[in-house]
Design a protein around this ligand. Structure first.
Ligand code: ADP
Length: 563
């Protein structure tokens, strides 16, 4: 990395609150030459990256220095609770319509018990016998790994002692050799303001270990695909038809299994998944404050039904990083290394001498509408101003400048650390520039504004957003690279022009996704459907066709798992 020398102290990683955490994180950090934080007993102050399985207390964000990074964004976990996710997506569905039809109908218990009962009776009335056989799935909101989940056909079979969601069960999942599976996709969001999101090309498929059938809804090994559950199943170690032993595949294996049967529709499914991930992130973007040097690393669980429609099941805040089988090792280790590369975190040394303490004033710079800058103290008067402005705009009208023309600022990633500094000629590679970026950002006084309730088109808000997307290590997310290793930028589709402030109107963002999906459908249809070529050459043909349809250049990245 530029500006560091061998004499610098090593990069220090801090793991949870006591130094314990996933072995893979320890392994990858050690491979990068990082040193483990020794200060859990108070003996050391300095650290560079703090990796925590759960969210951070709000105070931690306020004291973040230029060379410190945290793996959560304030309020970045809203989509990770089953009930919140369903509320947010419901709200988006109401505003934007059927494009948000990618989660099964869902009821929150105990609040919506009566609604659930009336829906069950409606189904019985409307659909007769078929309606009474509809299957539902009960999921406690605060649990994971399949705990507390069960399937039922009639509400009388349901005992509810805890806050839960009840979802319509996807009764006809896509099967491979008779086994149900879901997909685990890895997503990195280094900035919500503006939304910048990456999706990893590899991922996992997790299989049930008993063959799927609806005639036995109480056997979890047929219906739940959590690997923590299936590894305790009686047939886990057995060599199962096509699936083999264990319960995991890589996405590459899934592609190869699907491509022969589905032709061009197989390619389309990955584009639909990309859209689903982006739309889900947009659902919480408006309520997430700008946060500098913070990122989220999510695990998205997606189920395909037998018509290849992807359904979002849930989003995980701290996706499992255990490596219990070959597929885990193939996927997770490079993914974590490339995640740190993407974030511009160095190999080996960092220049800890650059580590700056937290700013000690809460003074932030503000500008009046004429552009004159004056210091103001964050406080009551300012809050009043914010409140007055808040009432004038609808909640999702965040800002009005969507990416327009493509600008040739995006250098295709070469997979090496530091490439972010070469993206654009206006982002200099020398340390003077790094310093000026970081001091500018430090002057903003707050790394994450917990009082944030949405963005408005004020100069001060824009400044806050611009500060937050210029990280202390010089990485600029308003100039986010298209691809680093297998991390592919899925949003924004294109970078804004250099003279544009990259703010987004949620409405416009959804429109971009909708246009993208329409174009992907046309590409898949025009390709001749089932007769389309079925090898890896097909991907580049489809990519070129998609770029042409969208009138995007080579800087628009097309995402799909490796073939
Ligand atoms: P957990 O947090 O406990 O993993 P999930 O929502 O991921 O909860 O559900 C666990 C498993 O149950 C999923 O991996 C999937 O196999 C199955 N599942 C969950 N919801 C549905 C649904 N609506 N339809 C079909 N299968 C589902």
């Amino acid at each position: 990395m530029e500006g560091t020398s061998e004499g610098d102290e090593p990069f220090i990683y801090r793991l949870n609150d006591n130094g314990t955490g996933p072995n893979l994180v320890v392994k990858v950090c050690a491979e990068r030459g990082w040193r483990m934080y020794q200060g859990y007993n108070g003996s050391e102050e300095k650290w560079n990256i703090w990796w925590r399985s759960s969210a951070f207390p709000a105070a931690c964000y306020k004291t973040l220095g230029d060379w410190q990074f945290m793996n959560h964004i304030p309020k970045g976990g809203s989509i990770c609770r089953k009930d919140n996710l369903s509320r947010l997506l419901r709200c988006m569905r109401r505003i934007y319509g059927t494009i948000y039809d990618f989660t099964p109908p869902c009821y929150h218990l105990p609040l919506e018990y009566a609604k659930l009962v009336s829906e069950c009776s409606r189904l019985r009335r409307d659909e007769g016998v078929a309606g009474s056989s509809v299957v539902w799935i009960f999921k406690p909101v605060a649990q994971s790994q399949g705990r507390g989940i069960f399937l039922f056909r009639s509400v009388c079979e349901m005992s509810c002692g805890t806050a839960a969601v009840v979802q319509r069960y996807i009764e006809r999942p896509l099967l491979i050799a008779g086994y149900k599976f879901d997909l685990r996709l890895y997503v990195c969001v280094p900035s919500y303001r503006p939304l910048t999101a990456y999706l990893y090309a590899e991922g996992l498929a997790r299989f049930g270990t008993d063959k799927y059938t609806l005639s036995d809804i109480h056997n979890p090994y047929r219906h739940l695909t959590n690997s923590s559950l299936n590894k305790t199943g009686p047939r886990f170690a057995e060599c199962k038809d096509r699936i083999g032993n264990g319960c995991k595949w890589t996405l590459k294996q899934v592609r190869r299994a699907l491509i022969g049967r589905w032709g061009a529709a197989e390619w389309l499914v990955w584009q639909r998944i990309r859209a689903l991930v982006t739309l889900t992130l947009l659902a919480q973007a408006a309520g997430t404050p700008p946060a500098r040097n913070c990122f989220e690393f999510y695990g998205f669980d997606v189920l395909l039904d037998d018509s290849l429609k992807p359904w979002l099941l849930e989003v995980n805040l701290s996706p499992a990083l255990g490596t219990n089988c070959e597929a885990d090792i193939i996927v997770k280790q490079p993914m974590l290394h490339e995640l740190f590369d993407l974030l511009g975190l160095p190999m080996k040394h960092t220049g800890l001498s650059q580590l700056q303490g937290p700013p000690n004033t809460q003074v932030t710079s503000s500008e009046d509408e004429s552009g004159t800058s004056k210091p103001v103290r964050t406080g009551g008067a300012r809050r009043g101003l914010r409140w007055r402005r808040r009432r004038t705009l609808p909640v999702h009208c965040v800002n009005l400048q969507a990416p327009t023309n493509e600008k040739l600022t995006d250098t295709p990633g070469d997979g090496t650390v530091g490439r972010q500094f070469k993206i654009s000629s206006d982002i200099s590679t020398d340390s003077t520039d790094l310093q000026s970026t970081s001091s500018m950002a430090t002057q903003s006084a707050d790394n994450a504004d917990e009082t944030w309730r949405g963005g408005y088109a004020t100069v001060a808000t824009r400044r806050k957003i611009m500060n937050a997307c210029s990280w202390g290590n010089g990485v600029r997310w308003d100039r986010a690279v298209g691809r680093v290793g297998q991390w592919v930028r899925i949003y924004p589709h294109l970078l804004p022009n250099e003279d544009q402030v990259p703010m987004e109107d949620a409405r416009e963002s959804v429109a971009h996704v909708s246009k993208f999906i329409r174009a992907a459908r046309e590409v898949s249809r025009d390709s001749g459907g089932d007769a389309a070529i079925r090898d890896s050459a097909r991907d580049s043909v489809f990519e070129a066709a998609l770029r042409r349809k969208l009138q995007y250049g080579a800087h628009f990245e097309v995402w799909h798992p490796p073939f």
